[in-house]
Ligand binder design. Structure first.
Ligand code: SAM
Ligand code: DTB
Ligand code: SF4
Length: 332
């Protein structure tokens, strides 16, 4: 039975079918943002933003051919490939992120999947970062059941693995792994008891229908991902997507709003692309229901607004960075 919607005073709308999701995208901008903000306020503090800091623990030389990615070995982007980062460097970066106010530390590796020999080092990173009082997230590519269990046992809170786009558009972007393989990894992550962080990229030349389909797939997963990163493509010289027609910023904001409506209780992260966005555009993303950001001057290999710039923007908007979970526990 459909739930009663307190704010609209009507029955909760059903967005399980594509035409209903497309109808949201077709709404006048103000109507869509109003709807998204209503949903947002039912579940969240509208002035609070969760802050995650990223660290590339293994950069470049990746065997996959994701056409947006500067880390694929298939494209010459001038990026120097590196080995897995030593534990002490990871700990230093995590301590700095914590001191800057981040509540979650996300470690990314340019792998198709982790090798068994890398698992002890990776699980050690999880234990040490957690011991600092930070939430942990990793994105290491595809996982086996055992690897998912090992990460979960080490205490990993979130695993990031994106669908990136719709099943239909996917083949234009990546040929070395299938959409189904991504869904299988997400299932393994959830079965192992970790929270899933799963979203995609806007601005790769996809149609509005592809954005709608991707969000529909996410909203139809057995359990909604707890975190949904919406990235704006960062165009990197040397990647096949360099030069693709950039997305209209209002269409990007519409994607955030539809994500908020379809995934009401998930964190929606305004992810890559903020460095290229105006303050006003970011403010509209927050109004559309984004309540999480990547925080710190670097994403994995490309630039992100620095801490001071972000804190200043949040202050100008009367917003604040969400307190870490452990701090909330202490306070209550
Ligand atoms: N190798 C792992 C994987 O692909 O799952 C983890 C790292 S990968 C860089 C994580 C995600 O970053 C990708 O799925 C994609 O959504 C996002 N990403 C990568 N390059 C990007 C770019 N140039 N612009 C926006 N998002 C990007
Ligand atoms: C996600 O959705 N976006 C992040 C994170 N998950 C790992 C990565 C963005 C990468 C942007 C390009 C770069 O800096 O290499
Ligand atoms: Fe490799 Fe991940 Fe980049 Fe794809 S997105 S090329 S899997 S690092």
């Amino acid at each position: 039975m459909a739930d009663y919607n307190v704010i609209s005073g009507g029955m909760k709308e059903d967005y399980s079918q594509l035409p209903q999701v497309m109808a949201l995208f077709a709404l006048p901008f103000n109507d869509l943002l109003f709807k998204a903000q209503q949903v947002h306020r039912q579940h969240w503090d509208a002035n609070s933003v969760q802050a995650s800091t990223l660290l590339s623990i293994k950069t470049g030389g990746c065997a996959e051919d994701c056409s947006y990615c500067p880390q694929s070995a298939k494209y010459d982007t001038g990026l120097k490939a590196s080995k897995l980062m030593p534990l002490d460097e990871v700990i230093t970066a995590a301590k700095n992120a914590k001191a800057a106010g981040a509540s979650r530390f996300c470690m990314g590796a340019a792998w198709r999947e982790p090798k068994e020999r890398d698992m002890p080092a990776v699980t050690e990173m999880i234990r040490e970062v957690k011991a600092l009082g930070l939430e942990t997230c990793m994105t290491l590519g595809m996982l086996s059941d055992k690897q998912a269990d090992d990460l979960s046992e080490a205490g990993l809170d979130y695993y990031n693995h994106n669908l990136d786009t719709s099943p239909e558009f996917y083949g234009n972007i990546i040929t070395t792994r299938t959409y189904q393989e991504r869904l299988d990894t997400l299932e393994r992550v959830a079965n192992a008891g970790m929270k899933t962080c799963c979203g995609g990229i806007v601005g790769m030349g996809e149609k509005i229908e592809d954005r709608a389909k991707m969000l529909q797939v996410l909203s139809q997963l057995p359990k909604h991902p707890e975190s949904v990163p919406i990235n704006m493509l960062v165009q990197v010289e040397g990647t096949p997507l360099k030069g693709v027609q950039a997305v209209d910023i209002f269409d990007f904001i519409r994607t955030i709003a539809v994500a908020r409506i379809l995934l009401p209780k998930s964190y929606v992260r305004l992810s890559a692309g903020r460095e290229q966005m105006s303050d006003e555009a970011q403010a509209l993303c927050f109004l559309a229901g984004a309540n999480s950001i990547f925080y710190g001057e670097k994403l994995l290999t490309t630039a992100n607004p620095g801490k001071d710039k972000d804190l200043e923007l949040l202050e100008r908007l009367g917003m604040h960075v969400e307190a870490p979970v452990h701090a909330l526990k202490v306070a209550s």
